[in-house]
Design a protein around this ligand. Structure first.
Ligand SMILES: NC(=O)c1ccc[n+]([C@@H]2O[C@H](COP(=O)([O-])OP(=O)(O)OC[C@H]3O[C@@H](n4cnc5c(N)ncnc54)[C@H](OP(=O)(O)O)[C@@H]3O)[C@@H](O)[C@H]2O)c1
Length: 281
């Protein structure tokens, strides 16, 4: 299988390359330096070179707070980018998988968000990602949008991926206790991205690890317990106390109503996935 991966230098991009390569795919991996997904000429050249059968887009401007101050860049990368990739996927008759976010929801729901819930993005990042979903669908009928959330894994720069590293200092570690999501291991996500591409059933999927989700503080405590460290260094804080520029949903736990219907195996529970990640570090 000829697979083009955009955003190859990012956390999910790396996992996708590793997974597809291990399964014997011919992988054409483009990081940000070698391909700007919002540059039509570069995208056209990359597709002419790779002639992909499957395209997996892991590229995005993921700086949620940064997006608040640069609306144009956010929409250029997160909306125009998927649109161009979808357009060239269509030209090549390739399947197109692009990743979106749990942040498209406003967080006011108590339970899990499914595909039946209407998005209501609260930040520029979230609005740009939702626009990317819409443009990709409008451009190629073979679009698969995968919304995920709270991704952790190798090479990740976020709190979830680095909590054990931060804990090494032994100092108290502030962690948000009143915001809930569904933690997801980049390795499990990458495997599902490829699986969905092969099944080739266009649509919107919510792909996260199993379980009831967690707050950042619960996730952090579980990480430290698995790593054999003292979880009492976690200091619970309220999300609002951080006063970050971009609003985040208080609850963005996802559940998929399609995966089971098409016969996909349940994703591993997040605690098991976290243990695999920490033990592989
Ligand atoms: N991490 C999470 O918790 C999470 C949650 C929900 C959804 N997602 C989605 O999952 C996907 C993968 O995210 P991730 O966690 O792997 O993020 P990441 O580690 O930040 O990777 C994103 C990659 O995209 C690259 N990029 C930025 N602008 C680009 C452009 N114009 N052209 C090409 N590449 C560009 C970045 O390169 P530079 O760093 O060099 O700019 C980076 O390597 C994204 O769609 C994200 O929105 C992530």
């Amino acid at each position: 299988m000829r697979v083009l991966v955009a955003g190859a230098g990012g956390m999910v991009g790396r996992a996708a390359i590793e997974h597809c390569s291990a399964l014997g795919d011919e992988v054409f991996a483009y990081d940000h330096k070698s391909l700007d997904i919002a540059d039509e000429l570069q995208v056209g050249n990359a597709f002419d070179n790779a002639r992909p059968e499957i395209v997996i887009n892991c590229a995005a401007w993921t700086d949620v707070d940064g997006c608040e101050f640069d609306h144009e860049r956010a929409f250029r990368v997160n909306a125009r980018g998927p649109e161009l990739l979808a357009s060239h996927s269509r030209r090549m008759k390739a399947g197109f998988v692009t990743i979106s976010t749990d942040y498209v929801f406003d967080g006011s729901k108590e339970g899990f968000y499914t595909q039946r819930d209407d998005p209501n993005p609260q930040s520029v990042y979230a609005a740009s990602k939702l626009e990317g979903e819409r443009r990709a669908y409008a451009t190629s009928a073979r679009t698969i949008v995968v919304r995920t959330g709270w991704v952790f894994g190798h090479g990740g720069k976020n709190f979830l991926s680095r909590v054990v590293e931060y804990a090494r200092s032994g100092k108290p570690l502030k962690s948000i206790a009143d915001s809930y999501g569904t933690p997801t291991y980049s390795v499990d996500l990458a495997a599902r991205l490829r699986e969905l591409a092969l099944i080739d059933l266009p649509g919107l999927y919510h792909i996260v690890n199993g379980g009831h989700g967690a707050s950042f503080a619960e996730f952090a405590r579980e990480s430290l317990i698995i790593a054999g460290r003292d979880p009492s260094i976690i200091e619970d804080v309220k999300m609002d106390s951080l006063q970050r520029p971009a609003p985040r949903p208080r609850n963005s736990r996802l559940r998929c109503i399609l995966s089971e219907a098409i016969g996909l195996k349940p994703m591993p529970e997040w605690c098991e996935a976290l243990a695999s990640f920490i033990r592989s570090e």
